[in-house]
Design a protein around this ligand. Structure first.
Ligand SMILES: [Zn+2]
Length: 82
């Protein structure tokens, strides 16, 4: 694979790349295994890491929903406490 930014061909693998990924219409920052360009630091995903990206995007989305629900419940609790 070739770096999209600088055409460099050497990368190293990192276990926790932060990828901005759109999932079900939401832009989420997904932590997933990825590769970093040794020359310019550009982060991308190799073909064999796509499965993990999809899996982690799903997990991030579910955590996002859980957090949203919690905030929703808390905001309603505040209303009732008034
Ligand atoms: Zn590069």
């Amino acid at each position: 694979m070739i770096c999209l930014r600088c055409n460099n061909k050497t990368f190293y693998t990192i276990p926790e790349a932060r990828i901005d990924q759109e999932y079900k219409g939401l832009c989420l920052t997904v932590i997933t295994p990825g590769v970093v360009c040794k020359n310019c630091g550009f982060i991308c995903i190799k073909n064999n890491q796509l499965d993990s990206l999809v899996k982690n995007a799903k997990k991030t989305y579910q955590n996002f929903l859980k957090k949203k629900n919690k905030e929703f419940v808390l905001s309603h609790k505040n209303i009732y406490n008034m």
